[in-house]
Ligand binder design. Structure first.
Ligand SMILES: [Zn+2]
Length: 318
């Protein structure tokens, strides 16, 4: 399959959804000596530089996700620790466990000398194997969903995680609940040799990016692209073309990247949403994307899909 540039994409696992729904298969697979388990604690993944805990792809001294065999835990995992299945790679099986119930998992499991729990936002820009970043992004999204959906939305009773993390059921009203992914459109509006970027108030000084927003119920992706550009910047478009997408587990989004063609260079900012915005020339963007900030602005780094939309525009690959 084609390799996409977006961080958290290109997940190498086979999710075998037919197998993971069988609790006996999950139990047997977990106990196999070809199983590896990643650790999570309160939204952070455990990373290490210890050679036999990290994959062969990792550079020396580069923190990478740590993978533990089941016997490392010496029966310290309980039913209260959410244990989820990520998938298979060849004959290896990958799981992740959420240790958030522990106030200090480092002491309980003897992790202090081995590494530390780290935020995925901190890990994403580093030179970590892209497949492993995608796998820990997958784990984070599933944990986020389970942790924020502990109770049945139909009757309010506590629900139970089943199917290795991909479903919750309510034993009181028998309803089934499935993981939620929130689709977000992120789009680069273009007009001739220019593209429109804006600044949200929360951005660091000098940073401009593509505009973005949640897709609303009953709306197509293309309609959301057109609506967001109209609402946030008063930009009317004639067409919108899909570029690529990016799972974004902060907490449960899927970023859907588009490049859109504007009818004119007219715009009018929604000043509540957008602090500043303007059309940038392809030459300006080319310098900025190559790391030259002499024009007094910069764009998001390669971990963000916005970077790749801008790059596609300056390289005429839209
Ligand atoms: Zn219920």
């Amino acid at each position: 399959m084609k390799v996409y540039p977006n961080i958290f994409s290109n997940n190498p696992v086979d999710r075998v959804s037919d197998l993971r729904s069988d609790p006996e298969w999950v139990k047997k697979t977990l106990k196999s000596d070809k199983t590896m388990i990643a650790l999570f604690w309160r939204g952070k993944a455990f990373v290490s530089t210890v050679r036999n805990l990290i994959s062969g792809h990792a550079d020396a001294d580069q923190l990478s996700p740590a993978w533990f065999p089941l016997d490392f835990f010496k029966n310290q995992l309980t039913d209260q620790d959410n244990l989820i299945f990520l998938g298979l790679i060849g004959d290896m099986s990958f799981f992740a466990v959420d240790l958030s119930r522990l106030s200090n998992p480092e002491d309980v499991l003897g992790l202090n000398e081995l590494g530390n729990f780290e935020d995925l936002m901190v890990l994403a820009p580093q030179s970590i194997d892209p497949g492993e970043l995608a796998m820990i992004g997958q784990a984070k999204a599933i944990f986020e969903w389970n942790n924020s959906h502990q109770f049945c939305s139909r009757c309010g009773e506590e629900s139970v995680m089943v199917e290795a993390g991909y479903k919750r059921i309510c034993h009181k009203c028998n309803s089934e609940h499935f993981p939620r992914t929130d689709p977000v459109v992120i789009m680069l509006a273009t007009y001739k040799d220019t593209a429109f970027l804006g600044r949200q108030k929360r951005f660091p000084p000098g940073m401009y990016s593509a505009l973005a927003g949640f897709i609303e119920p009953g709306e197509s992706i293309e309609e959301a692209v057109a609506r967001e550009l109209k609402e946030e910047a008063g930009i009317e478009i004639v067409k919108a073309e899909y570029h690529s997408s990016q799972p974004w587990a902060f907490p449960n989004s899927l970023m859907i990247g588009y490049i859109a063609e504007s009818t004119s260079e007219n715009f009018k900012l929604d000043e509540v949403e957008i602090d500043e915005g303007r059309w940038f020339t392809k030459d300006e963007l080319k310098e900025t994307i190559n790391g030259n900030n002499k024009n007094g602005f910069f764009v998001p780094p390669p971990m963000a899909i916005a970077h790749h939309l801008i790059k596609a525009f300056v390289e005429n690959k839209k």
